[in-house]
Write a protein that binds this ligand. Structure first.
Ligand code: ADP
Length: 483
């Protein structure tokens, strides 16, 4: 099938121009809902990455000198252009990634909000005058952009994962080389089209696709790159952080999670079910903040399980995201379906019981039914590993202390959620959970105005909010003497 879209480009965006890989090699991109090829992208390597970095370095010399107002104005235009083309961009996103069109529009709106938020923040990069211990000297602190940023992004939010890096970078005065996931390159290359349309100077934004390992190595080793920002698996994050560390580059890492979702006996069960549906099944379970382990206190375990299964059956409908009524798009590829199957089989072999769902739907798309399993315990794979799919497993617990220990018993520390009506408990548990993001009686909490970031092996740094800008700035201290 040839797929037409005004924003689809089958070339890399380097130094304001569109180019093929030096070797001419290409890779096919597939629609996960149909299995059809929707286009090809260049399979670039280190040389093309080095050229993109060089162009970003040249562009940085002038971009950083623009006033915050000038950068902000261009960024606002970029956000407006995104929103003016949201329908076309959403079709592109759904076709390459699978999520329902309404969710794609939600993501793109969120992306534009990140860019707007940082366009405003650009004007608030304040410095400091520090009272001097010397009568004849003054102490001044200013903030400067770090420089060229290498960004590597995943497929689950092809638009907004870029927006929240790009927004902060452009606001700070940095320039960027972006390598998107090979599964969802077109939404990323669309930023090239948008940048051209609104007149962002060439080289400020570069987007290239190709051999991930080689591009990552060039970004980490090239002396022109000052910072690496990555969203993806902890496995790849460790490779990049290690390589970046060898060259003393700044890093921001948004990595995997293993989110606990805790329902206490005193919770509002209907709200908890609503939150579980949103947190577990949004994006077909493919977000790094998706609930992965649902801990339900004994007194409400059976009631919660029954309500959740009923809500899943009533509300969730797998289907092609372009078709009206679909709420659950396909998983990104066959490997993702295999992982869900493996986790489910392991849980069943260890005593788990399916109360709804449980099967992969017949192809050509890579769909898996929304599934709920009861009787989960800590030696199942789902207790340790992120499923990244529509499988909700319910663990039973007795006490607050016990569930806090179990919730924290993971190397990850991104998002966690709990439901209770007890004010004292809400503070105690919030403080005891070793996570970067906590939803108290809420299942979806991401917004551009709040910081997003994990602890432990879920990464470091924050995106969004005033804190997100700091990751793209360095501090300079100047001492004025001889007064
Ligand atoms: P996921 O499992 O969510 O696909 P990955 O960490 O594998 O997460 O992928 C996230 C991003 O990292 C993608 O853009 C992918 O191409 C890229 N990537 C994968 N392996 C490497 C690597 N060795 N070096 C740099 N980037 C990589």
């Amino acid at each position: 099938m040839s797929f037409e879209n005004a924003f689809k480009r089958e070339a890399n965006f380097i130094n304001g121009g569109w180019s093929a890989a030096d070797s001419g090699a290409t890779v096919e991109v597939t629609n996960p809902a149909t299995g059809e090829t929707i286009g090809t992208i260049p399979h670039a390597g280190r040389a093309e990455t080095a050229r993109a970095i060089e162009s970003a370095h040249l562009a940085f010399q002038t971009w950083k000198k623009k006033t915050a107002e000038e950068r902000s104005t261009l960024m606002m235009k970029l956000a407006d252009e995104i929103m003016a083309n949201i329908d076309e961009l959403a079709v592109l996103l759904t076709t390459e990634m699978g999520k329902p069109l309404a969710e794609a529009k939600g993501e793109i709106t969120g992306g534009a909000k990140y860019i707007r938020f940082f366009a405003e923040e650009a004007k608030r990069v304040y410095g400091d005058m520090i009272p001097s211990p010397w009568a004849d000297r003054r102490i001044m602190v200013t903030k400067e952009p770090v420089g060229v940023v290498g960004a590597i992004t995943p497929w689950n939010f092809p638009n907004s994962m870029i927006a929240r890096k790009l927004g902060a970078a452009l606001a700070a005065g940095c320039t960027m080389v972006i390598k998107p996931s090979e599964f969802t390159p077109f939404s990323a290359l669309a930023y090239g089209v948008l940048a051209e349309k609104v007149g962002i100077p060439k080289g400020v934004i570069n987007v290239l696709t190709g051999e991930a390992k080689d591009i990552g190595e060039e970004m980490c080793e090239n002396p022109r790159v000052a910072k690496i920002t990555f969203t993806g698996s902890t496995r790849v994050g460790k490779i990049l952080a290690g390589n970046a560390g060898k060259h003393m580059k700044k890093i921001s890492m948004e990595l995997g999670g293993n989110a606990p979702f805790i329902v206490f006996d005193d919770a509002d069960l209907d709200k908890a079910v609503e939150g579980a549906i949103a947190s577990k099944f949004r994006n077909s379970g493919q977000t790094c903040v998706c609930a992965n382990r649902l801990y339900v206190q004994s007194g409400v375990y059976d009631a919660f399980a029954a309500k959740l299964a009923k809500a899943v059956e009533a509300q969730l409908k797998p289907g092609n995201g372009l078709e009206a009524g679909s709420t659950q798009g396909p998983l990104i590829n066959a490997a993702a379906v295999t992982k869900v199957k493996d986790h489910l089989e392991d849980a069943l072999a260890k005593g788990g019981k399916i109360i709804t769902g449980g099967t992969a739907l017949n192809g050509p798309g890579t769909f898996f039914e929304p599934t709920v399993v009861t009787g989960a315990h800590q030696d199942m794979r789902v207790a340790r590993e992120e499923t990244f799919g529509p499988l909700a497993v319910l663990f039973r617990f007795e006490t607050e202390e016990e569930v806090i220990d179990r919730a924290n018993d993971t190397e990850y520390g991104l998002a966690c959620y709990f439901y209770t009506k007890d004010l004292g408990r809400s503070f105690r548990v919030m403080e005891a959970l070793e996570y970067g993001l906590v939803g108290v009686n809420e299942g979806v909490i991401t917004t551009e105005v709040a910081p997003f970031g994990g602890v432990k092996e879920s990464g470091m740094g924050n995106e969004g909010s005033k804190y997100g800008l700091d990751d793209y700035l360095t501090i300079k201290y100047a001492c004025f003497g001889g007064l």
